[in-house]
Design a protein around this ligand. Structure first.
Ligand code: SF4
Ligand code: SF4
Length: 148
């Protein structure tokens, strides 16, 4: 059996190499769901509307130009993780920031790039709708939960 280099248990987010940092993403695409912020309370709500550029394998169709195509697409950097309080509680960056281990289905633990999707942990297992299929003034009707 191949020994896993569990760097995420040994290093902080800021100590990781660029390659380790990239590999930490589990590919769940929960951060690709549209979110709405209550301006009075700063609370953030997830909708079931997913970015139009997510493909059927849960991958970004425009990865290299995503920040040009979708200005609101997050560009997560080590110093920013604490600021993104809305990240889902399964997000690997949030877990490591909070000193927690990665779940058993994470690709870094399974050695299989698609294990998040295969274990039903991605948005592909939710009743999502592409965001360009719904007018923006109706997005509020698609709220599914509040970010914690
Ligand atoms: S929520 Fe976190 S782990 Fe999931 S795709 Fe986004 S950055 Fe990656
Ligand atoms: S551009 Fe790609 S990474 Fe960004 S929100 Fe859309 S699908 Fe997700």
């Amino acid at each position: 059996m191949k020994k896993v280099n569990a760097f995420w248990r040994e290093k902080t987010l800021t100590e990781m190499t660029a390659e380790e940092w990239e590999s930490l993403c589990d590919g769940c695409a929960k951060c690709c769901l549209q979110k709405l912020e209550d301006e009075d309370t700063d609370e953030v709500y997830y909708t079931n509307l997913v970015c139009r550029y997510l493909d059927a394998q849960c991958r970004c169709k425009v990865y290299n130009t995503r920040h040009e195509k979708v200005p609101s697409c997050i560009w997560l950097k080590p110093a920013d993780v604490s600021a993104f309080k809305w990240l889902p509680d399964t997000c690997a960056y949030r877990l490591v920031y909070e000193g927690k281990d990665l779940p058993s289905w994470h690709p870094l633990r399974t050695g299989k790039p698609m294990s998040t999707v295969k274990k039903g942990k991605s948005v592909l297992h939710w009743p999502v709708i592409p965001d360009d299929a719904v007018p923006e003034d109706e997005w509020e009707d698609h709220i599914i939960f509040k970010a914690e």
